[in-house]
Design a protein around this ligand. Structure first.
Ligand SMILES: NC(=O)C1=CN([C@@H]2O[C@H](COP(=O)(O)OP(=O)(O)OC[C@H]3O[C@@H](n4cnc5c(N)ncnc54)[C@H](O)[C@@H]3O)[C@@H](O)[C@H]2O)C=CC1
Ligand SMILES: O=C(O)[C@@H]1CCC=N1
Length: 276
């Protein structure tokens, strides 16, 4: 168990895809039913089963006995911030750190709805958190004490790696790269499979080739973390060979790089539109 989590009291507001993934990570780190209050008005069956099995108190709204917690994690949709903050309020005291994973919502947006919060961390994880392989970018407000930042770090790190940035503005860029990033990779699988079908492969085989290729390439990146992606790419690429022919298309002036830059810019712009 991360020593920072020992004895920590936590409230989780919203336990859908991301909230439940984080809760599972906390359980793996040793937090138990008495440590975490879970609030979700529309819990999935999976969440209900998980909370029942692990002894977490799951409520549709905070009870009258709700009291301030060391950390209050907000994991509702950005559009549900008003209601989510309403549900969080009774858990927030002067000593609480509020950790928001809401895309686009700024620290000032959270502070405006939770005036009791002195310490706010804005974080952006991603869906591989569900298997403990998430990548989270985080920023702490000026009012956050170091012990509170470290508690937030421990909670986020239970789902994978964490990088702290020193400017809140960078969180929208983090969102566009690693927050949304898994979707780009899944789309790559879909496109590669579709291209395989175009090339004459049966659909099921094309899908399997594409999927297992991306799985293997991802695992290679993971296990050979000292080797750059560029070097791993070069190792596939024989001079004058097939890969070089494909990369000639993907690395052309109008290839993947400008397309990815436009995609990331669009995600970043959307994050800024979600603020408020
Ligand atoms: N899905 C993703 O890849 C990522 C999502 N995020 C952010 O995480 C947040 C949650 O996203 P998901 O888990 O995908 O959404 P989700 O829809 O799966 O989960 C949101 C949960 O909040 C609950 N909820 C709604 N109103 C509530 C209230 N008043 N009090 C308590 N709970 C309430 C819903 O019932 C639902 O279970 C969003 O703000 C999103 O921007 C961040 C990183 C990655
Ligand atoms: O699409 C979204 O808005 C959220 C934030 C990052 C990933 N999913």
């Amino acid at each position: 168990m991360n020593p920072r989590l020992k004895g920590a009291s936590v409230a989780l507001i919203g336990a859908g895809n991301m909230g439940l993934a984080m809760l599972e990570g906390w359980v793996n780190e040793g937090l138990s039913g008495k440590d975490v209050a879970v609030v979700d008005p529309k819990p999935s069956q999976r969440l209900r089963d998980f909370c029942a099995a692990k002894g977490f108190l799951l409520a549709a709204a905070p009870g009258s006995d709700a009291s301030p917690r060391d950390a209050v994690v907000l994991a509702v949709k950005p559009q549900a911030l008003d209601a989510g903050a309403g549900a969080a309020a009774s858990f927030v005291g002067a000593g609480s750190v509020v950790v928001s994973i809401l895309a686009g919502k700024r620290i000032e947006d959270i502070a405006a709805r939770l005036p009791a919060a002195k310490a706010i961390v804005r974080a952006m994880p991603n869906t591989p958190a569900a298997i403990g392989r998430g990548m989270t970018g985080a920023f702490a407000s000026a009012g956050t004490r170091e012990d509170q930042r470290l508690l937030a770090d421990a909670l986020l790190r239970a789902a994978g790696q964490v990088e702290w940035v020193d400017s809140e503005g960078l969180i929208d860029a983090v969102t566009a790269v690693s927050g949304s990033g898994p979707a780009y990779v899944f789309l790559l699988v879909e496109c590669l499979a579709a291209a395989g079908v175009e090339a004459g492969l049966p659909k099921a085989l094309a899908e399997r080739l594409a999927r297992v290729t991306i799985e293997g390439a991802g695992e290679l990146l993971h296990r050979q973390s000292e080797t750059s992606a560029e070097t791993l790419r070069q190792r596939v690429t024989s001079p004058g060979g097939t890969t070089a022919a494909a990369l000639g298309v993907l690395m052309a002036d109008d290839g993947l790089a400008p397309l990815m830059a436009r995609a990331v810019a669009a995600a970043r712009k959307r994050a800024s539109e979600l603020s408020g």
